[in-house]
Write a protein that binds this ligand. Structure first.
Ligand code: SF4
Length: 215
């Protein structure tokens, strides 16, 4: 049944004294450990968007409200929500530009699945240079086979895409981290191979422990 009381989209939220921007619920992966599958709440912020027809200005409005209310100003703003932020690349760039111009002390990070160049059919990394200080890319696995098993990408050869995205980010001088989630339902990953792959392409490896009901 349609509910007449519609909550406004949560485009900006706070988690452990950091401000996050939630641009979409869509993704080109369908990871088996994705929290979009189990719950719609990250520490009290409902991140399921009612619609995705918002503009960069809508995000900026929510962001400035949050920044005004900040008790202990954080040094970083992160594009990360229940979906792949680079699907909203033009909004992301406009908001990042606004942050750089108006809050030059804040660092900007994107947490991404690394599919942006496939999505946009061009290398978008040079467009992010100067806007984004750090990119955290979900490597998720040491091999294409295991990546497909864990991340269930919606297109072929996605693992190669992720690797070349990581390489492009590091080539463009953006601090790049490759991340893996360890311990989901006892699944084992060869972390040493993940580390070698990350370092070979200019990124540090970050291992996140799977936490039930946490991000
Ligand atoms: S890449 Fe992130 S948002 Fe997309 S399905 Fe995987 S965990 Fe979820």
């Amino acid at each position: 049944m349609h509910n007449n009381f519609i909550m406004p989209n949560t485009l900006v939220y706070e988690l452990e004294n950091k401000i996050y921007i939630n641009l979409t619920n869509r993704c080109t992966n369908d990871c088996i450990f994705c929290l979009r599958n189990d719950k719609d709440d990250v520490y009290g912020s409902n991140l399921q968007l009612e619609n995705e027809n918002f503009t960069a200005q809508d995000v900026i409005e929510q962001l400035t409200e949050k920044l005004k209310a900040e008790q202990n100003p954080s040094d970083e703003i992160v594009f990360c929500g229940y979906g792949e932020p680079t699907l909203k690349l033009s909004v992301l760039k406009e908001v990042a530009q606004y942050i750089k111009e108006n809050y030059p002390g804040k660092k900007i990070r994107i947490n991404t699945n690394g599919h942006a160049n496939f999505i946009h059919k061009r290398n978008v990394v040079p467009e992010l240079k100067g806007l984004v200080d750090e990119i955290s890319v979900s490597l998720n696995a040491p091999t294409p086979e295991q990546y497909d098993e864990l991340s269930k990408p919606k297109f072929k050869d996605a693992y190669d895409e992720v690797i070349s995205f990581i390489q492009s980010c590091s080539d463009n001088g953006i601090t790049t981290t490759a991340s893996v989630v360890e311990g989901y339902k006892g699944l084992g990953l060869n972390l040493e191979d993940c580390r070698k792959t990350s370092e070979k392409h200019g990124a540090k490896l970050r291992i996140r422990k799977w936490i039930e009901n946490g991000y």
